[in-house]
Design a protein around this ligand. Structure first.
Ligand code: ADP
Ligand code: ADP
Length: 232
């Protein structure tokens, strides 16, 4: 079944001569336990697609479902609740709170939602993310790769319907990138997570189950079982 689906998504900026079509009627499904990479040239609509599907931004046309909830049409408050409870985000900049320890950062979504973590899930995520001896460190005491793994663990810990990652390896060296991507891969394979990642790096896209290519706001190609060479 689809964790997330969108149909006929259209998004435009500006008006008159300055009107830009960022999304030109996109139909897409992200299936449960599937790792999708989205690639395409700069300005092709990758960020806009991800933000509209994730409920960070509103499309002008079309509809989005997260699970069986239709996102389009929700009030701003309902949308905020849905994002908090059912969607995880990872951004290029790690966005950790500097005064909190790694573990406190990971548990932050529960403070915000007033829920309690599932102990078994938390243990599995902490084991998978390979941060056991760093949990009481603050972000400034962690490498970039460790900080981004903390950010990923935080995105996963509520077991959201889907995790969206926008250039998650953009600020990491190749070793840290590989570790992060391995963690995302394991979160799909071992924890049953659904992951959607925007990237311009073929070596990152190769960790995904499939790669979707955007051009001028439209999906123009799909590669299954990608390799770094096949998506170049
Ligand atoms: P990508 O993530 O692939 O680089 P974007 O989704 O950021 O592409 O942008 C798609 C198109 O929409 C581009 O032409 C971009 O200039 C335009 N665009 C994006 N955001 C805005 C905005 N806030 N105002 C005006 N134009 C925008
Ligand atoms: P780009 O992908 O074009 O390089 P950024 O990744 O810097 O741009 O940010 C794109 C948009 O993502 C921002 O306009 C903002 O709305 C959203 N964004 C970035 N970080 C966060 C965050 N931590 N929480 C919510 N929205 C964010």
């Amino acid at each position: 079944t689809a964790a997330v689906r969108a149909s006929g998504l259209g998004k435009h900026y500006g008006s008159g001569d300055a009107r830009v079509t960022a999304l030109a009627g996109v139909d897409v499904r992200f299936m449960r336990q599937e790792f999708t990479a989205i690639m395409g040239p700069s300005g092709s609509g990758k960020s806009t697609l991800m933000h509209c599907v994730a409920g960070l931004d509103k499309a002008d046309e079309g509809s989005v479902w997260i699970g069986d909830t239709e996102v389009t049409g929700l009030s701003d408050n309902a949308l905020t609740d849905l994002r908090r409870d059912r969607v995880g985000f990872v951004f290029q900049a790690f966005n950790l709170l500097p005064t909190l320890t790694a573990l406190e950062n990971i548990l932050l979504p529960f403070d915000l939602a007033g829920r309690k973590p599932d102990k078994e899930v938390l243990d599995r995520i902490i084991t998978t993310v390979n941060l056991k001896d760093r949990l009481s460190h603050r972000p400034s005491q962690l490498s970039g790769g460790q900080q981004q793994r903390v950010a990923c663990a935080r995105a996963l810990v509520t077991q959201p319907d889907v995790v969206f990652a926008d250039e998650p390896t953009g600020a990491l060296d190749s070793t840290a990138s590989a570790e992060l991507l391995q963690f995302l891969r394991q979160s799909v394979d071992d924890l049953g997570q659904t992951v959607v990642m925007v990237t311009h790096e073929p070596s990152a896209a190769a960790f995904a189950d499939r790669v979707l290519f955007l051009k001028d706001g439209a999906l123009v190609d799909e590669i299954l079982a990608p390799t770094a060479d096949s998506v170049l």
